[in-house]
Design a protein around this ligand. Structure first.
Ligand code: DGJ
Length: 699
């Protein structure tokens, strides 16, 4: 094989080697793993000559069209409208730089150029992959499937898949299954990422009993619209994962001369199991935040759970004073501040402060908040419109709808067609007006209803509209505008909780809201799953008064604070009802959080155990290794041992220097690194002491 037919891309600690297949005109994976893994015979080099299928069906192919790969799942399904489906390729050439690769394949019968694109992400162990599809002929093409990429992972006894699943109020539940044969698919057809699955999958060779964590691979799709990730146990012994967007209309039409670029698939590798992969994703998300990572995430107070729609200047100021007293730095008025919003039946679209709620004027109210030393923030739901609003009366054609079909209401509202340029312009003008007229430094962007009757009457052939991509483009255009024109405004992404968390959103927001469920043990489980895929500095979390929903066991105020400070701490409780001792305890927790938030947001995180264990936690190591912060929880599960005073539960720490010494100033204890790694950090739990925050300083 000549050097032109084999290309290697290197991330910080991994290499990814692709070659032209000896069996046909396609690219296939030769090796993916730690540096040097490409030196030696390929682990994917089994015989592809399996009776009854074609070599392409058994190949660890990087991307294959239906036609060339007739049976086992193609990444691209294309045809001229009315003709047979199927694409056959000729290799058109490679462009390889040290950190990028482009491989081109052409089909001259259809007139389709397919370019597989690769780019490493600096400072990470992530490789981006996407595909560019160009109609080079004279007739349009119909693309029924247009995946971003496929990745191949050799497995011996089946694959262990880890994914994040759930529903509204119960997002990001970490779930695992072993796939020996067959197909596994997750995705969304809700026009947003959805609450049911995160666009994220981790794959490991199924560990034999007694074996520790091994090489772990992950993918995440950067697409806040309809999507799928599909894992197939291949005939040859690999697990092949395909991922991409799923057009709402069932197909995308490509006009002569037009190029379609698929969303990027981020591909990650770690030799250190799921924990190592978590740290790869965290580093990647710190990279996505760019220099906004350095912006301090302020302690927020949000009044939604305290006052609901019953917002007025007096009750908000009372809450703001209490919040400022305990150390909050930012006050956000959630839903209910604008005209017509007495409840969820009205107001959306008419984004003007309600004069009845702010009798002395909205700016006076904002000034009063700011004079308490708090930044001011506001909730908006820019894609939504209430049928009773002035906006809807003026622009009934701006919502998604299908002629002669009833318009369903979800949460009493309709959805604006953000794929239309005039709707995007309206949203941009509305946000510009709010952000320039008032001293707002924080915006919470919510979205509470997916599109149902998805049509745009009068816009031509409905089957050619690609409404999903239009909405995504509009959403990203507005977010990009916010970043460019209001760079000092912090943006929180939210969709009825965690319904739109993906890398396109995370690259354009500062934090996201993982779930509306803030009950302590429920939240711990949600955050545990969330932190597998996402970094602490993007995880917004509030201390509230919410009782347990799925897990009703009561927990202490300390437990709520330690849970919420695992990410970006906020308060959502009704502080007016809190006793002075509770406020004093809250103030102490906020002070402690401020002392360590740089470690939590910029450090390396280790998930210690799981919330299924009696004791679990999260360890954060400062980038310079001088401080380690451990958030620890007694979940209340009994492990057969009674809670005897003085009998310590232990959490084994990770990644410390065994030879160094670590000092806990609060308890006056010094530990050897070896002790913390071997026996673990001790905690003396009791019914009242069910969470702790320990700060260790390395000597
Ligand atoms: C759903 C969000 O997830 C909540 O935090 C809150 O903002 C409500 N919407 C307001 O309507």
């Amino acid at each position: 094989m000549t050097s032109q037919q084999r290309w290697t891309l290197r991330t910080d600690h991994s290499s990814y080697t692709v070659r032209l297949s000896p069996d046909g005109p396609w690219a296939e994976l030769e090796a993916w793993g730690p540096h040097g893994v490409e030196e030696g015979p390929s682990a994917l080099d089994w015989s592809h000559r399996t009776h009854f299928i074609t070599p392409a069906d058994a190949a660890p192919a990087e991307y294959l069209p239906h036609g060339l790969r007739p049976f086992t799942g193609a990444d691209l399904v294309a045809a001229r409208p009315g003709s047979e489906r199927g694409v056959w390729w000729t290799f058109g050439g490679a462009q390889h730089e040290s950190d990028t690769l482009r491989l081109t394949f052409t089909d001259d019968v259809f007139g389709l150029r397919t370019t597989l694109c690769y780019a490493t992400v600096p400072g990470t162990d992530v490789l981006h992959r996407w595909t560019e599809l160009t109609c080079t002929g004279e007739a349009e093409l119909r693309l029924e499937r247009l995946d971003s990429a496929a990745v191949n992972i050799p497995v011996t006894t089946g694959a262990r898949l880890t994914y994040l699943t759930g529903q509204w109020f119960q997002e990001f539940q970490r779930t695992q299954l072993d796939l020996e044969r067959g197909t596994f698919t997750i995705g969304s057809s809700q026009g947003v990422v959805g609450h049911a699955y995160a666009p994220w999958l981790a794959v490991q060779d199924r560990p034999a009993p007694g074996q520790g964590p091994g090489p772990t691979y992950g993918v995440a799709l950067e697409w806040p619209g309809n999507w799928h990730i599909t894992a197939e146990a291949e005939p040859g012994g690999a697990l092949r994962v395909r991922a991409g967007r799923v057009p709402h209309e069932g197909a995308v039409h490509l006009a002569p001369g037009q190029t379609l670029t698929t969303p990027r698939l981020a591909c990650a590798f770690s030799p250190d199991g799921l924990g190592g992969l978590t740290r790869v994703w965290h580093r990647y998300e710190r990279h996505l935040s760019g220099n906004r990572l350095q912006r301090r995430r302020k302690v927020l107070y949000n009044s939604w759970e305290a006052t609901g729609f019953d917002v007025d200047a007096a009750n908000q100021l009372e809450l703001a004073k209490a919040a400022a007293d305990i150390g909050a730095e930012l006050f956000v008025v959630d839903d209910g501040w604008f005209t017509g919003r007495a409840d969820d039946t009205g107001g959306l679209g008419d984004w003007y402060p309600d004069p009845a709620a702010f009798p002395q004027g909205f700016d006076r109210f904002v000034d009063d908040i700011r004079s308490l030393g708090l930044d001011f923030g506001l909730w908006v739901e820019p894609e939504a419109v209430s049928p009773t609003s002035r906006l809807y009366a003026e622009h009934p054609d701006w919502v998604y709808r299908i002629d002669h079909r009833p318009a369903r209401l979800v949460r009493n509202q309709l959805l604006l067609d953000l794929g239309r340029a005039d709707v995007q312009d309206f949203v941009i003008a509305t946000l510009d007006r709010l952000l320039t007229d008032h001293a707002i430094s924080y915006l919470k962007w919510d979205m509470n209803r997916p599109p149902t009757e998805r049509g745009r009457p009068g816009a031509g052939r409905a089957d050619c509209l690609d409404l999903d991509a239009g909405h995504v483009a509009g959403y990203l255009r507005v977010l990009d505008h916010l970043r460019a024109s209001h760079p000092d405004v912090t943006v929180e992404g939210c969709a009825g909780g965690g319904g739109r968390v993906d890398h396109a959103t995370l690259a354009r927001t500062d934090v996201v809201w993982p779930s509306d469920n803030t009950a302590p043990l429920d939240r711990l489980l949600i955050q545990f799953g969330f932190l597998h895929a996402h970094a602490p500095h993007v995880m917004s979390s509030w201390v509230t008064d919410a009782p347990g929903v799925f897990d009703p066991r009561p927990r202490s105020l300390a437990f709520r604070f330690v849970t919420a400070l695992c990410g970006v701490l906020g308060i959502g409780a009704d502080l007016r009802a809190w006793e002075p001792e509770q406020r004093a305890e809250a103030a102490r927790w906020i002070t402690r959080y401020k002392e360590v938030r740089d470690v939590i947001h910029h450090g390396e995180a280790h998930l210690l155990g799981t919330p299924e264990d009696p004791t679990c936690g999260v360890q954060y190591d400062a980038p310079d290794g001088r401080r380690t912060v451990v958030a620890a929880f007694s979940t209340g599960r009994l492990d057969g041992a009674p809670l005897v005073p003085g009998r310590a539960a232990r959490l084994r720490l990770r990644g410390l220097d065994a030879a160094a010494r670590y000092h806990d100033a609060a308890s006056g204890t010094t530990y050897a690194g070896a002790h913390l790694l071997h026996y673990g950090l001790p905690f003396a739990w009791s019914a009242a002491d069910d969470a702790d925050l320990v700060v260790l300083t390395r000597h």
